[in-house]
Design a protein around this ligand. Structure first.
Ligand code: SAM
Length: 346
């Protein structure tokens, strides 16, 4: 994996240590007989996909079936065994087909040096800026991409961008001097969709991220509007390093999926200090109902901390006084992403 051109803090990705402790629950050694059976099931699924790629089965169908098999195996094998199966899958010959998909390849190879960078999101957001990356793929790769970028988790990611836009526009409609903060903004693609940003109905939209390359894109895309790109990290926010003031809306999308419960709580506490009375905090997390988890953890090398509504409430309960807030926890249309909207009572 290439080194990024900036210092990653330890909240930038699910490291093997975090994966071990949080995703795989610090699980003990895999039970040997079950391991043999599960390994056999994995090999069958991989071999089937490999054989089908050599034949004339439609690539999207092959990957859909493989993803379904990996999801079921992840569930049935148990996490101690699943953890051992991941490298076996990653090293199987079928990967030479799967890595032709520009989405799988970018995620696995991590050209920016870390998981879940903003270009990866552009690829599955089907954003114009990713067109060259997709056009340069093989025909097979583009066929697989058609499946991976339309899988439920990708559809939910695109819906998330629309949901963020609606929160920003609502905040700016309620207050003509609205101040907005996006934490881990990536390329801030929601700015392209926002009506209020373009009608000038906003005082400032602070876009904070650790990655200067992504921030350069944010700046270039927003040369003369309320968007202000700021280099900063979760660690810096935890240490109250930035004097950003207060906001009508603070949100984090595509970030909590990498944060453990204690860090998530602490970050929310810090963000809460920056929410004005009557303002809102919104954070999103991929849900534990997604079915692409097995494919993501193997061929995309993209493990995420998945959460449900109860987990989101746990973060909120650990962070703020429940008597001082209104809490709404909800799922997106296909339940692949869960959201917590926390309003600070005025
Ligand atoms: C999955 S992208 C999400 C981008 C955008 N918020 C969205 O939803 O489209 C994750 C972003 O989080 C940023 N990020 C990851 N860890 C971070 C950290 N510890 N501090 C600041 N930014 C971080 C990455 O640089 C990347 O741009």
């Amino acid at each position: 994996m290439p080194k990024p051109s900036f210092a990653l803090d330890k909240y930038s990705a699910v490291t093997p240590e975090i994966a071990d402790k949080v995703l795989y629950g610090g699980t003990d050694a895999a039970e040997p007989v079950k391991m043999i059976v599960s390994r056999g099931q994995l090999m069958l699924a991989l071999e089937l996909a490999h054989r089908e790629f050599k034949g004339d089965t439609e690539p999207g169908k092959i990957v859909a079936k493989l993803a379904q098999n990996l999801h079921e195996l992840r569930k049935s094998a148990g996490l101690a065994i699943w953890k051992e199966l991941i490298p076996i899958a990653q090293n199987h010959a079928v990967r030479s087909y799967l890595l032709q998909d520009p989405f799988t390849k970018w995620s696995f190879e991590k050209p920016r040096g870390y998981s879940g960078d903003a270009t990866l999101l552009d690829i599955y957001y089907q954003h114009d800026s990713a067109k060259t990356i997709i056009d340069e793929a093989t025909e097979l790769g583009r066929d697989i991409y058609h499946y991976t970028s339309n899988a439920d988790s990708s559809v939910a990611g695109r819906e998330r961008c629309d949901i963020l836009t609606s929160y920003v526009d609502a905040a700016a409609s309620e207050n003509s001097d609205a101040e907005i903060l996006s934490i881990a903004c990536g390329h801030l693609r929601e700015a392209e969709k926002s009506k209020t940003l373009h009608s000038g109905n906003m005082q400032r939209w602070v876009a904070l991220d650790q990655d200067p390359e992504s921030l350069a894109t944010v700046q270039a895309s927003n040369p003369d509007n309320a968007v202000q790109a700021i280099e900063g990290s979760v660690r810096g926010i935890l240490g109250r390093k930035y004097k950003l003031g207060e906001f009508d809306l603070v949100y984090a999308s595509g970030l909590y999926d990498y944060l453990t419960l204690p860090v998530g709580v602490k970050l929310m506490q810090r963000c809460w200090e920056m929410v004005k009375p009557g303002g809102k905090l919104l954070f999103a997390n991929f849900s534990d109902e997604i079915k692409t988890d097995g494919y993501m953890e193997t061929f995309m090398d993209w493990p995420l901390i998945l959460r449900n509504a109860k987990d989101m409430e746990e973060i909120v309960n650990g962070s703020v006084d429940r008597n001082a807030i209104d809490l709404k926890v909800f799922y997106g249309a296909n339940r692949n992403i869960v959201y917590a909207e926390v309003t600070k009572l005025a």
